[in-house]
Write a protein that binds this ligand. Structure first.
Ligand SMILES: Cc1cc2nc3c(=O)[nH]c(=O)nc-3n(C[C@H](O)[C@H](O)[C@H](O)COP(=O)(O)OP(=O)(O)OC[C@H]3O[C@@H](n4cnc5c(N)ncnc54)[C@H](O)[C@@H]3O)c2cc1C
Length: 392
């Protein structure tokens, strides 16, 4: 996403920009839900991707108790979209001739005034600038800043997206239209509606994004990453290969704590898990290589701000290059502008993560943990718009 945003904004300042993507096929069919923020909407509009059929609008947030009764609500209109929808909108900003699938970045050579980028299989490209928008496990960052590594938060999520049509009428009526919280001790369950397959926004054809935060140390995670065939994975396991026993155990634990509506969601979806990491690179520019999006920094997903940051990084990079005659000066300005913002967002994510009570070390963290034990505070803090204003 940050790569597509970068290409779109760089073209607007007159640069030629090509996108090289590792995947050999178009990246479609990913269901993950995405909370939107004003910054993301602005980046989508200005990049030319637009906002058409962006997602599902919710009017309010609710919190449930164990029996599924609403114990609090907060009016907060928000649009919830999906990774798939954003990818399709952004993909229209790059024509086929400048979008290259099946290109895995391997290494970059620099000569002071340009780069030669080498891809797996032997292909290479010469350019004035390399923009590394290759995600949290960025290979570009691995070369230019190998010491910077994502840090495991001490918790992970079970997630999935059941079809609206499969859910019980009670679930559809009571939680489907809302951004819903259920907050047992040291856990969070969050749900919200998103488009169905092929961005279907019609009633009855949408899905409900389900996320369940669980605390688990590094050894627990390592055990979870052994798949059905006994193979050890490094970070996560492809959904069809997750051990059946692990899923059965997770479902049994859910039975003990969850309200009926979220149990219904769990029953109707293929669950998979994602460990939560974060980090921030102290420097975004390395000669003629610049990092954007998750390659530059990645926050825990409590704000749902990763896409907005990807768009903001790309916008800032183009604005900085466009307002300086010298490329190095433009890159330095980009670094000065966005590095502190990425770090701030990461720290804010940690602040919200204190809710889960993992490794609280300072009085400030303990005070935040205490504040967030109140479900009304969680509705006031999690994934709310304009949170960066507080730091300006
Ligand atoms: C559980 C969870 C929930 C989230 N919820 C939200 C949310 O609600 N709202 C939100 O805005 N954000 C959310 N995010 C964050 C969001 O998904 C990321 O911030 C966003 O995807 C970052 O985009 P990116 O383009 O920088 O990286 P990515 O989306 O990771 O894209 C990187 C791209 O680079 C390609 N690539 C990787 N390596 C190479 C290589 N060597 N050569 C060539 N190509 C390569 C990959 O195939 C991929 O296409 C969430 C993240 C998680 C984990």
């Amino acid at each position: 996403m940050s790569g597509l945003f970068a290409a779109a904004f760089l073209r607007q300042i007159g640069w030629d920009a090509d996108v090289y993507e590792r995947s050999t096929v178009e990246l479609v069919g990913r269901g993950a839900g995405i909370t939107t923020h004003p910054e993301l909407l602005e980046a989508l509009e200005k990049s030319g991707a637009g906002l058409s059929d962006l997602g599902v609008a919710v009017e309010k947030r609710i919190t449930l108790d164990r029996d599924g009764r609403v114990i609090a609500e907060k009016v907060l209109p928000q649009i919830l979209t999906s990774w798939d929808r954003l990818q399709r909108l952004l993909r229209t900003t790059v024509d086929a001739a400048h979008y290259h699938l099946g290109h895995t970045f391997e290494r970059v050579e620099q000569n002071g005034s340009g780069v030669v980028v080498h891809f797996a299989g032997g292909a290479s490209e010469r350019a004035d600038l390399l923009v590394g928008g290759d995600g949290i496990r960025s290979s570009v960052r691995a070369q230019v800043a190998p010491a910077v590594q994502p840090i495991y938060s001490g918790y992970y999520i079970w997630r999935g997206a059941p079809n609206e049509a499969d859910l019980a009428p009670q679930t559809r009526g009571s939680i489907f239209p809302y951004f819903t919280f259920f907050l047992p001790h040291r856990q969070q369950v969050i749900g919200y509606p998103i488009a169905g397959r092929d961005n279907d926004l019609r009633y009855g054809h949408r899905r409900y994004n389900f996320i369940w935060y669980r605390v688990g140390d590094a050894q627990t995670l390592r055990d979870m990453c052994v798949d059905e065939n006994g193979h050890q994975h490094e970070y996560s396991v492809p959904p069809p290969l997750i051990r059946k026993g692990l899923i059965a155990q997770m479902r049994a634990q859910a039975q003990e704590i969850m309200p009926p509506q979220f149990l219904d969601c769990l029953d109707k979806m293929q669950p998979f898990f994602t460990p939560i990491y974060d980090f921030s690179t102290p420097q975004l520019v390395f000669g003629r290589a610049a990092l954007v999006g998750d390659a530059a920094s990645s926050a825990r997903p409590h704000m749902g701000f990763g896409m907005a940051k990807a768009g903001g990084d790309a916008q800032a990079l183009a604005a900085a290059l466009g307002s300086h005659d010298d490329i190095e000066d433009g890159l330095a300005a980009y670094n000065r502008w966005r590095q502190p913002i990425g770090e701030r967002i990461m720290l804010h994510g940690r602040k919200l993560g204190t809710h889960l009570g993992v490794n609280l070390q300072t009085d400030e963290e303990r005070a935040m943990w205490k504040l967030l034990q109140d479900h009304r505070a969680m509705m006031d803090w999690i994934a709310v718009p304009n949170f960066l204003d507080a730091y300006r």
